[in-house]
Design a protein around this ligand. Structure first.
Ligand code: GDD
Length: 455
């Protein structure tokens, strides 16, 4: 008969100290104007669980918000030098996350993963609760989704911030690519991403196809959804003067002896850019280059420069060395570099053709590198076997699509030969045209309006 009062007593005895503790020591709440309703005092925490220097889209969000007077805390790992404009912008503060724990080879992934997630959850929650002032908005990049989405939802609830999720892709489809679609973690990750994803107030996507997909199960998102296509930032510009081309190539290309041949056109320059992740199969490019080199007729010598940093770099460097030593790449030199961002942008502008091996794990994301290439006036040969491809590359207008090494070898054989120069010129014009549509216009009219920074 005393059961109910006893339960009430126990509930009060438990909840009262929690409430007292929370009101005394809990994080402060955001008390400014509601999100989107004020042009002044807009504050945004931009959160990416990746290297800030290799997160161009989040960098551009930060620069756009700052340009319109908003205050930004950009939170992520500091592994490479961030975009130079971030460093001296008075409206942007970069907050570095402590590096995540590294898995010792002897510890299996399944045991290590929970520890890494707990470490990241703790350091992110601590920083966002107590290390930074409350913000009007939290803008989070997805993926990585675990644990960022959950932390962002939790902090928005505690601090009264408004959550905007920028969907670059899905974490679970990337995981399925490495672990197989039946792995239990893939199932958990899909469930997690669709449940927490639903709690965003505004959703931004990299393609229209992704925006359509997020409306359907398993995501079934009903809140505001905006497709914001990547566009090149101002740092990517075509280079037309031969003097500038010479200065850039001499500074940037490791093989200095090849520069005169690149300048007089007797050797062609192709560039590919990557994060060296397993979703980009560089053996397609290597096989295409060996086919190109072995193909009939006289071939223009080629220098292929692959830019970027990432986990599979060393593995492919070994393959490149083996192919070269075995004499399978006559007249073709393949080299890898990681450049300061402004030099990366300039190198693209000096090339004859850009190569993109991005394969979309979800079928609906798009490669930022192609956007960079168009900004630099560089036409592309790009892997085309996914749904959203046509939102970016227009076949025969600004690039060519391929699905196999054989097709890529044919494209190289044609576009780098004297007979292919007219087509390459047409594609270049198309790339310059596509690249002239810039990030600022796209961002101001969509995100700027929603955040109340642009009227
Ligand atoms: N500083 C520097 N950056 C480089 C270099 N080479 C490549 N990068 C950076 O690395 C990027 C390429 O990274 P990837 O991971 O290969 O993918 P992505 O083409 O950028 O596409 C990613 O972003 C899209 C949204 O913006 C996503 O939709 C997609 O899934 C993927 O995550 C380039 O755009 C560039 O910013 C280099 O030498 N130096």
């Amino acid at each position: 008969m005393y059961t109910l009062p006893a339960y009430i007593f126990l509930a009060v005895a438990f909840l009262l100290p929690v409430w007292v503790f929370y009101t005394r020591y809990g994080p402060s709440e955001y008390k400014g104007a509601p999100a989107g309703e004020s042009q002044t005092g807009v504050s945004v925490h931009i959160l990416v669980l990746g290297d800030i220097g290799r997160s161009p889209r989040m960098t551009y969000h930060a620069l756009s918000i700052a340009k319109h007077g908003g205050k930004v805390h950009l939170i992520g790992y500091l592994e490479s030098t961030p975009h130079p404009d971030l460093l001296n912008n008075p409206n942007i503060t970069i907050t570095a996350l402590p590096p995540p724990p590294r898995r010792p080879q002897s510890v299996p992934f399944i045991l290590f993963a929970p520890w890494k997630v707990i470490h990241q959850f703790y350091s992110l929650s601590k920083l966002l609760s107590y290390g930074l002032p409350p913000a009007q908005w939290i803008l989070v990049q997805n993926p990585p989704a675990i644990p960022t989405l959950a932390v962002a939802v939790f902090i928005c609830y505690l601090r009264e911030s408004t959550l905007m999720i920028d969907w670059h892709n899905y974490g679970w489809t990337i995981l399925a690519g490495t672990k197989g679609s039946r792995h239990p973690l893939v199932y958990v990750s899909r469930l997690y991403e669709s449940l927490f994803g639903r709690l965003g107030f505004v959703h931004v996507t990299v393609s229209a196809a992704m925006a359509r997909q997020l409306r359907k199960p398993p995501y079934s998102i009903e809140s505001a959804m905006i497709a914001l296509h990547d566009r090149p930032a101002a740092i990517f510009q075509p280079v037309t003067s031969q003097k500038e081309r010479k200065e850039i190539l001499t500074r940037v290309i490791p093989e200095k002896d090849l520069v005169p041949r690149l300048l007089d056109g007797s050797m062609r320059l192709v560039v590919s850019s990557t994060s060296w992740t397993p979703d980009e199969d560089f053996s397609i490019l290597l096989e295409a280059l060996t086919r190109y080199a072995a193909g009939p007729g006289e071939k223009s010598p080629v220098l292929a420069v692959i830019t970027g940093k990432g986990p599979q770099k060393e593995m492919y460097e070994k393959k490149i060395m083996e192919l070269t030593k075995a004499g399978r790449l006559p007249n073709v030199r393949v080299t890898t570099v990681f450049l300061p961002f402004p030099d990366y942008a300039k190198l693209l502008a000096c090339a004859d053709l850009g190569i993109c091996l991005h394969t979309s794990s979800s079928g609906v994301d798009l490669p930022m590198k192609v956007v960079d290439m168009f900004g630099a006036g560089l036409p592309v040969a790009a892997y085309s076997g996914y749904e959203s491809f046509k939102e970016l590359v227009k076949e025969g207008e600004n690039g060519r699509g391929f699905e196999t090494a054989e097709e890529l070898a044919d494209i190289l054989g044609h576009l780098l030969s004297p007979g292919g120069q007219a087509e390459l010129g047409t594609l270049k014009k198309g790339a310059v045209k596509e690249g002239s549509r810039r990030w600022d216009e796209e961002w101001d009219s969509k995100i700027g309006m929603i955040m109340g920074l642009v009227t």
